[in-house]
Design a protein around this ligand. Structure first.
Ligand SMILES: [Zn+2]
Length: 367
C-alpha cells in the first residue's frame, strides 16, 4: 500500500490572537491599527486551498493533542511557560520580544507543539504515514528557552526534535530552516550539540539583527553542526537551487540524519511583506523534492514540515500547497497565478554576487 502524507492542524490554530499591531509594531500615534502581520489569514487560506483543490481528501488528517508541561520543559524554562499561561488567563500581552499572547493562547500554543509531536510520532511509528506537514500556529523557530520572540511562543521544532530523541530513540536529526529570518531560538537549543545539524537559509540582516552570521558554526562538541547561510536580498529560485547543490546536499551526506525536520517558513516568497527574497511557489516544490530524496536515502522517508513564517495571505497558500503536493507525490491542477508578473526579474538567475556569497559559505565549511 502506498504510504500517505499526514496533514495536522486544528481550527483553534487560527484563533490565536496575535494582537492588533501594525506589521510588527504596536499601533498608536501615526500607526493606524490594522492587525498584526502574523494573522491567521495566510494559514487559513492555505488550508482552504488544500480543500478547494481536492488534495486534502487524499491526505491522512490527524488531530493534534496538547503538549504536556514536561514536553515543554524539553526546551523552555518553567518561568516562561508559567508566564505564557498567566498572560493567557489574564490580560494577554508580550511574552518577551514581539511575541504576543492572546487570551487563551496558552492552550493553542501547547496544541501547536503537540501537533509537531504528533507529526514526529506519525512519521516514525505509523506504518501508513511516509511524511507529514503540520500547520503549526503560533510558529516556533524564534522562541527562546526563557522568552517568546518574533511571534513565536513555544519552539515547536526544538521540542519535536527532543521528543524524537528522548521518547522515540532517534539519534541524529537534520533541522533545515528555510524561513527568511534566522531561527535564533532554534540555533541556541542545538548550538553545543552534535546530534542535531541545524542549517538556516535566510536573508542577511533581517530581524533578529546580528544573528545567523556565517561565522556562527556551533560551540564545543556542536562546532560545525550549525550552518548559517545568510543570503543577499533578492535571491531567487536559482540561488536556492545552488545553495542546495553546494551546501545542503553535501552537508547532509556527511551528517547522515535519521530524521529530517523542515522549519517551513514561506516568507522568502516574492510577494512577502517581511522579507526581500524572490522565491516562486515552484522553488518550494523543488526544495521539498530535494529534501524528500535525502529523507529516502537516509531516513526511510521520514520527514516532517512545520509551518513557520509567511505573511502574504494571497501567495503563501500557493507556496505551501506546492510543498504538500511534492510531499504526497500528488499533482493537482493548481497553478501559480501570480508568477507571470515577476518573469521580467532576475529570480531565475544566479547573479555573480549571489553566487559568490554561497561559495564563501561553502568554502568556510570546507564542503
Ligand atoms: Zn520568518
Amino acid at each position: 500500500m502506498k504510504k500517505k502524507t499526514a496533514f495536522i492542524y486544528d481550527e483553534s490554530y487560527f484563533w490565536h490572537n496575535s494582537g492588533d499591531g501594525v506589521l510588527f509594531e504596536p499601533p498608536g500615534k501615526y500607526l493606524q491599527v490594522s492587525g498584526s502581520v502574523e494573522s491567521p489569514e495566510s494559514k487559513r487560506r492555505f488550508k482552504n486551498l488544500l480543500e478547494r483543490s481536492g488534495l486534502m481528501k487524499q491526505l491522512h488528517q490527524i488531530s493534534p493533542i496538547e503538549a504536556t508541561n514536561e514536553q515543554l520543559t524539553y526546551f523552555h524554562t518553567q518561568e516562561h511557560i508559567q508566564n505564557v499561561k498567566h498572560l493567557s488567563e489574564t490580560t494577554g500581552g508580550d511574552s518577551g520580544d514581539s511575541a504576543i499572547v492572546g487570551i487563551g493562547s496558552y492552550e493553542i500554543a501547547k496544541l501547536a507543539v503537540g501537533g509537531a509531536i504528533v507529526g514526529v510520532r506519525s512519521v516514525i511509528e505509523n506504518p501508513i504515514i511516509e511524511n507529514a506537514y503540520v500547520l503549526t500556529r503560533p510558529p516556533g523557530h524564534h522562541a527562546e528557552s526563557n522568552q517568546g520572540f518574533g511571534f513565536c511562543l513555544f519552539n515547536n521544532g526544538v521540542i519535536a526534535t527532543r521528543y524524537a530523541q528522548k521518547e522515540l530513540g532517534i539519534k541524529k536529526v537534520l533541522v533545515l530552516d528555510w524561513d527568511a529570518h534566522h531561527g535564533n531560538g532554534t540555533e541556541d537549543a542545538f548550538y553545543e550539540d552534535d546530534s542535531v545539524l541545524y542549517i538556516s537559509i535566510h536573508q542577511e540582516g533581517l530581524d533578529p539583527i546580528d544573528r545567523g552570521n556565517m561565522e556562527d558554526i556551533g560551540r564545543g562538541k556542536g562546532k560545525g553542526y550549525t550552518i548559517n547561510i545568510p543570503l543577499l536580498a533578492a535571491s531567487g529560485n536559482a540561488v536556492y537551487e545552488y545553495v542546495f547543490d553546494q551546501i545542503v546536499l553535501p552537508a547532509t551526506h556527511q551528517f547522515q540524519p535519521d530524521l529530517i525536520i523542515v522549519l517551513a517558513g514561506q516568507d522568502a516568497n516574492m510577494f512577502d511583506p517581511l522579507a526581500r527574497m524572490m522565491l516562486s511557489a515552484d522553488a518550494y516544490k523543488q526544495m521539498t523534492a530535494q529534501v524528500k530524496k535525502l529523507a529516502e536515502q537516509y531516513c526511510q522517508g521520514r520527514m516532517l514540515c512545520l509551518h513557520e513564517g509567511g505573511y502574504s495571505p494571497e501567495y503563501v497558500p500557493f507556496c505551501s500547497h506546492a510543498i504538500v503536493e511534492e510531499l504526497s507525490g500528488i499533482t493537482t491542477d493548481v497553478y501559480d497565478p501570480f508568477v507571470y508578473a515577476m518573469e521580467g526579474t532576475s529570480f531565475r538567475q544566479l547573479l555573480p554576487h549571489q553566487k559568490a556569497r554561497v561559495d564563501e559559505v561553502r568554502a568556510f565549511h570546507g564542503l
